[in-house]
Design a protein around this ligand. Sequence first.
Ligand SMILES: [Mg+2]
Length: 267
Amino acid sequence: MDAVTEARGLIMDMDGVLWRGADSLPGVAELFEALRRRSIPFLLVTNNASASPANVQRKLRTMGAEIETHEVLGSSDATVAWLRNRMPPPAPVYAIGEQALLEALSLAGYDLHQRSDGVSAVVVGIDRQVDWSKLTEASLAIRAGAIFVGTNADPSFPMERGLAPGNGAILAAIQSATGIDPVVIGKPEPYLFTHALQRLGTNPEVTIMLGDRLETDILGGQRAGLATALVLTGVTSRDDLQHASIQPDWIFDDLPHFLEAFNEAEP
Ligand SMILES: [Mg+2]
């Protein structure tokens, strides 16, 4: 793709692109207006397995943007979609995670067990109440042959006070205890992107991944064959870019600059 204006679909990260923590970034309402006006299908994606589509919809409404819940794809729903192909419901599952992941699994018809006995899969997403007994159940099930799936492997989880352990740290504990590597669904692994493209119905060459982080959004987008655009309102800075081996197709200071390029073709 030579120019951003040629995009026929858009996959977007949220934190660091549309907002930072609770604060909206400039250009959010205008971005969705432009997408609707030009009938460009889009999908909001996140590695955060504790984010539900309904929460994202509510948050964007406070920022003046209206979206449908099917326009959000979190790593919880992507993990359930992967699991459906591999092991259809009502397979017995042991899950570590918060409400959004547990609900996605049980809505899909999986039989959620409280203990490791007899489960076919262990699904692990961020769980801010994780403890030794949950890690034990997960490890026992995996050692007994259950498949080990992680929603995402982000090592850290941003909080107001700094970086807390992310789901990658929980996966690492189970990996260390079992010697078995998880299948990871979220960015930069390919499944979230291939599933997102399927939902959008667009080809990767005409679809842009817009994100703020080189090692997840941009690397993952490139691996899946998408064009990539980076905004500098989140994790990656101009300074990081100078020393990085991963380089996006386009770099924008912020969303309004992306929009300017995106809208250029309009009369
Ligand atoms: Mg981000």
